[in-house]
Ligand binder design. Sequence first.
Ligand code: NAP
Length: 247
Amino acid sequence: MRLLILGGTGDARALAARLGEEGRHSVIVSLAGAVARPEVYGAHTRIGGFGGVEGLVAYLRETGIDAVVDATHPFARTMSANAVAACDRAGVALLRLDRPEWRPEAGDDWREVTDLGEAVAALPHGARPFLAIGRKEIGVFAPRGDLFCLMRMIDPPAPDQPLPPGRLVLGRPPEDAHVEVAAFRDHGVTHVVTKNSGGPWGYAKIEAARRLGLPVVMVRRPPCAGAQTVADTQAVLGWIARLAERC
Ligand code: NAP
């Protein structure tokens, strides 16, 4: 079969690697082009938007895609909604891979909010938050001149991007909570602001907040687009195997 994986996540990388090892199907991974140097996927990779639903329908037909796995980030809801509409129109099978949300554990102090606007409002005057929310939406914190923010993102923000007062650190999240603990101590962080992405990638900051007794402002996931959904790579592989038997 010819498979399209909508990527931009560790889940998509893991899935592409597993399918590559199996070697049974032809796999294309699609990335938005959100970061300048994307991580390496063990599959053919295309980069850039499709041009909305119409563009994706055309791509699916031209490329002869048999099935699509939407393994985009849980907050990348436009792409997920486009995948539902385009696969429906093109008559292509679609599965959504949505990793489980993080849940608070003993020792966690979470304040759950529905969006970043609420996250801004949840921070008390003079707070020193760690913002792990990427660069696209960082501007919502800019009007809060009373904050001192530690901001981490993979690529630098655009030169005209308004930023809140604070310090910018470029890089991917560390795997080790010790590294986060040290950074939070160095910068006198008082709050951690994050989206509920789930998965192991980026969990070190949650663990670090627990160890330091810091409150976490946790942005809940937006509603899903309505595709058939599974929670892990193994379930995706089972779905693909069943489809392949029918082809
Ligand atoms: P989005 O709002 O859902 O999508 C915006 C547009 O970007 C889509 O309409 C599509 O353009 C294009 N796009 C998104 N994902 C694509 C993909 N895998 N392949 C081709 N085009 C794609 O997405 P976003 O929140 O900007 O995220 C962009 C990418 O970064 C996603 O692939 C996501 O997995 C990854 N990511 C997002 C977050 C986050 O917090 N949102 C965090 C980590 C990683 P067209 O309409 O032109 O097709």
